[in-house]
Design a protein around this ligand. Structure first.
Ligand code: ARG
Length: 475
């Protein structure tokens, strides 16, 4: 159903209708459009723009429509342009001309900005919930492997041995920041554009503060021109989603490497692996690979909306319709990926023996020699050189550092005595790094506890905020 046409003499060309139509994707906004219409009816009534009887009829019909949209009984048809026109058709089908009275005091410009904010606020909470589940699974695995030892890497080369729990828990640190970003974003974005009308506000006695309150917003967007033109909330959400995408891509990359037969550290559960159509022996880490791959569209979607917004004139322009598909794509990609990734993490088993065997390889304990000399008062530059000599000697004689003879140690530095040997042991080296953020198992256990506490606080916040939407949707 067209929402305009009074001043036109000929009908829109089919190609133009096809180009401007958005209902095939913006139908996702239907429930949010209906709850904001329910709030709008209340202000129309309190402003005496409709009488109590009309308001009750509209309210009932909108609530019925909400149920029918949720159950799929009411759907858009081929002649509906966008979600707003489809729902107005639904209302008119129920109430006749009376259905059209809801349009007073608002425009599709403030309506779409409101619907889209509500959609995103609701869905970012869903994303946050999935992120907490992933982080919880990571922390459970970290606890399981706090005492397991593995080589830690820089430049993908053995660097220093670490607790494998420490290696895993670092991912939860990144996810903790992502949750913080969602919270910040939520607080900044939770303002209502409704009442801005086309761009200049409304002369009718409708109260934007009241609809804002009704819909659970913290307040009203201060400037009506900004209210209909601003898409910062969507750009910022896309950034947060892209960064989550980057974080999970790094998890995906690690898992993929750990599953290779060269590493052989990780063993995937059959439920979270896939086979090959030609090579019967294959067990592929597709979940991890998709976690890596999805960062592509997630970053692309952010770039896409930034580009759309660049140099956009004020206030509403139809270009703004391009804001939605990228957001839906990022949200839906992550909501599909995160549960699978969480399942993969929770069901992976790691080969402790294999990781432990490779932990001292690559002379990863060389820093311990330097630190030993530093503790004896040798300047680090000298200590570093001596440790380097030890590596050269070990490499030449084909032995590990702890297998160097007393004479060899002495030849590297005169103060390098037998005392160093107890540090040339992986477990000892790991246990000695017991600073708050260090890799010693007792430090790691403390880090895991703190991450778990912060996760609990985030989960509580998510559950409180989500009540707003479950309440609104079950009117
Ligand atoms: N489908 C449109 C969008 O998503 C709704 C707003 C249309 N406003 C207008 N002035 N044509 O942006």
């Amino acid at each position: 159903m067209a929402l305009w046409g009074g001043r036109f003499e000929s009908k829109t060309d089919d190609s133009v209708f096809a180009l401007s139509r958005s209902v095939q994707f913006d139908w996702r906004l239907a429930p949010y459009d209906l709850v904001s219409s329910i709030a709008h009816v209340r202000v129309l009534k309190s402003g005496k723009l409709i009488d109590a009887k009309t308001a009750a009829k509209l309210d009932r019909a909108l609530k019925e429509l909400l149920k029918e949209v949720k159950s799929g009984v009411f759907k858009p048809n081929a002649s509906d342009e966008d979600v707003h026109s489809a729902l107005e058709r639904g209302l008119i089908e129920k109430l006749g001309e009376l259905g059209g009275s809801i349009r007073a005091g608002r425009s599709r410009n403030d309506q779409v900005a409101t619907d889209f904010r509500l959609y995103l606020l609701d869905h970012m909470l869903e994303i946050a919930l999935q992120v907490t589940k992933l982080s919880k699974a990571i922390l459970a695995k970290s606890s399981e492997y706090v005492d397991a030892v593995a080589p830690g890497f820089t430049h993908l080369q053995h660097a220093q041995p670490v607790s494998f729990g420490h290696e895993l828990a670092k991912h939860s640190c990144a996810l903790e920041r992502d949750l913080g970003r969602i919270k910040d974003w939520y607080e900044r974005s939770n303002l209502s554009p409704l009442g801005a009308g086309a761009l200049a506000g409304s002369s009718l006695p409708i109260s934007p503060e009241r609809t804002a309150r009704d819909l659970g917003f913290d307040g009203v967007v201060r400037n009506s021109i900004d209210a209909v033109s601003d898409r910062d909330f969507a750009v910022e959400a896309l950034f947060v989603l892209a960064l989550i995408g980057v974080h999970v891509s790094r998890i995906g990359e690690e898992w993929t490497i750990w599953c290779t037969s060269e590493f052989g550290w990780a063993k995937l559960d059959d439920a979270y692996a896939t086979g090959s159509s030609i090579m019967p022996q294959k067990k592929n880490p597709d979940v991890a690979e998709l976690a890596r791959g999805k960062s592509g569209p997630l970053i692309g979607n952010l770039t896409s909306l930034l580009t759309t917004m660049k140099a956009m004139p004020f206030a509403y322009n139809r270009d703004l319709q391009e804001d939605k598909e990228v957001v839906f794509n990022s949200i839906e990609n992550l909501l599909t990926l995160l549960p699978a990734l969480t399942g993969m993490v929770a069901s992976t088993n790691f080969d402790r023996k294999r990781m432990a065997k490779s932990a001292p390889e690559g002379f990863s304990l060389a820093t311990e020699i330097a630190d030993y000399l530093v503790r004896k008062g040798i300047p680090f530059s000298k200590a570093h050189e001596a440790a380097g000599k030890c590596v050269k000697l070990a490499e030449k004689s084909g032995v590990q550092l702890h297998e160097l003879s007393a004479t060899q140690l002495k030849s590297a530095h005169e103060q390098l005595d037998e005392g160093v040997r107890k540090f040339l042991d992986v477990k000892g080296a790991i246990a000695s790094r017991d600073s708050v953020n260090g890799t010693a198992p007792k430090s790691v256990a403390r880090q895991i506890r703190a991450l778990g506490d912060s996760l609990k606080r985030d989960a509580k916040w998510i559950s409180n905020e989500s009540k707003r939407f479950s309440g609104m949707m079950s009117q």
